[in-house]
Design a protein around this ligand. Structure first.
Ligand code: C2E
Ligand code: MG
Ligand code: MG
Ligand code: MG
Length: 282
């Protein structure tokens, strides 16, 4: 009777399980084979020079298309991949793809830089730093063309260890960017100690720039802070020309957002590049 009861409650539980939870379980089940079955793809979103509007590079953003689950957003599957221990494999795949793409662009005479996103889990062991320094060295790409985006919260999980690993990556010549800057909890004291090259101001501060005096104040002082620390400042989520105008006046270095282009499959990105004026470096 006990077993029957358990089984019944399990059935009830499953029937009552909301769709989100069911989908998460299916995602967890399908994740391990996403790399092998070639279901992952990188899209590229341009990063523009704020002063002159020319392309400087791109951010690689992962896309997963599963035959049954359909399109799964990175916001949805990355946290699950972290939990399931699948992120290491995914990050390595991203790194290799991006290095390959850098070589392709280099051979086509385009000095583009590329940013990729690291997960908190990637900073929890030495594996990634070993893997990346090896991959960069054997590819022959110029390491400063590759930027690693990490969020404040990914670093603050275990600051000492994360800082040491970021230092190693930086010592190889790779650039480090703090993504979604302003949404985490890192203090200025911590920022001072971080081995970073770039601050990427979160799009929540950018999206209402034209209407919000408060957002303009936050962004202006963040830009001053970045520059005082000798860091490049990037603003993400530019959707309107008015934001560009303001950020240009504030002296922001680089911009990214739907106003210029959404993330595109590599073939479309290459097409889009042709519509742009010459690509400049540094
Ligand atoms: P993120 O690194 O902050 O990337 C920026 C996100 O904002 C991207 O969403 C991008 O498509 C979106 N975006 C760009 N411009 C605009 C704009 O003008 N307006 C609006 N509303 N959104 C804009 P996406 O591609 O869905 O990625 C979401 C997040 O997933 C990323 O945030 C990043 O944290 C994570 N992610 C993406 N690819 C990877 C990856 O390869 N590895 C890891 N670990 N995380 C990734
Ligand atoms: Mg990013
Ligand atoms: Mg971001
Ligand atoms: Mg983000």
């Amino acid at each position: 009777a006990k077993a029957k009861e358990d089984k019944l409650s399990l059935v009830i539980y499953e029937a009552g399980m909301d769709e989100v939870h069911m989908r998460q379980l299916r995602i967890l089940r399908c994740l391990p084979e996403a790399v092998e079955k070639d279901q992952l793809e990188l899209h590229y979103q341009p990063k523009m020079n704020c002063a002159n509007g020319k392309v400087k590079g791109a951010e690689a953003l992962i896309r997963w298309h599963h035959p049954d689950l359909g399109f799964v957003r990175p916001d949805e599957f990355i946290p699950l991949a972290e939990q399931a221990g699948e992120i290491t494999r995914i990050t390595r795949w991203v790194c290799l793809q991006v290095i390959q793409q850098l070589l392709v662009w280099q051979q086509a005479g385009k000095q583009l830089s590329v940013s990729l996103n690291l997960s908190a889990v990637d900073l929890m062991s030495d594996g990634l730093a070993d893997f990346l320094s090896q991959a960069v060295a054997s590819s022959g790409i110029e390491p400063h063309l590759l930027t690693l985006e990490v969020t404040e919260s990914a670093i603050m999980h275990d600051p000492e260890a994360a800082i040491a690993r970021l230092q190693r990556l930086q010592s190889v010549g790779l650039r480090i960017s703090i993504d979604d800057y302003g949404t985490g909890y890192s203090s200025l004291a911590q920022l001072k100690r971080l081995p970073v090259n770039e601050l990427k101001i979160d799009r929540s501060f950018i999206q209402h720039l034209a209407e919000s005096e408060q957002d303009r104040m936050i962004v202006r002082s963040t830009l001053a802070l970045a520059h005082d620390f000798g860091l490049q400042a990037v603003a993400e989520g530019i959707e309107e020309e008015s934001a560009w105008t303001i950020l240009k006046e504030f002296g922001c270095d680089e911009l990214q957002g739907y106003y210029f282009s959404k993330p595109l499959p590599v073939a479309e990105f290459t097409q889009w590049l042709l519509t742009q004026e010459e690509v400049i470096s540094s």
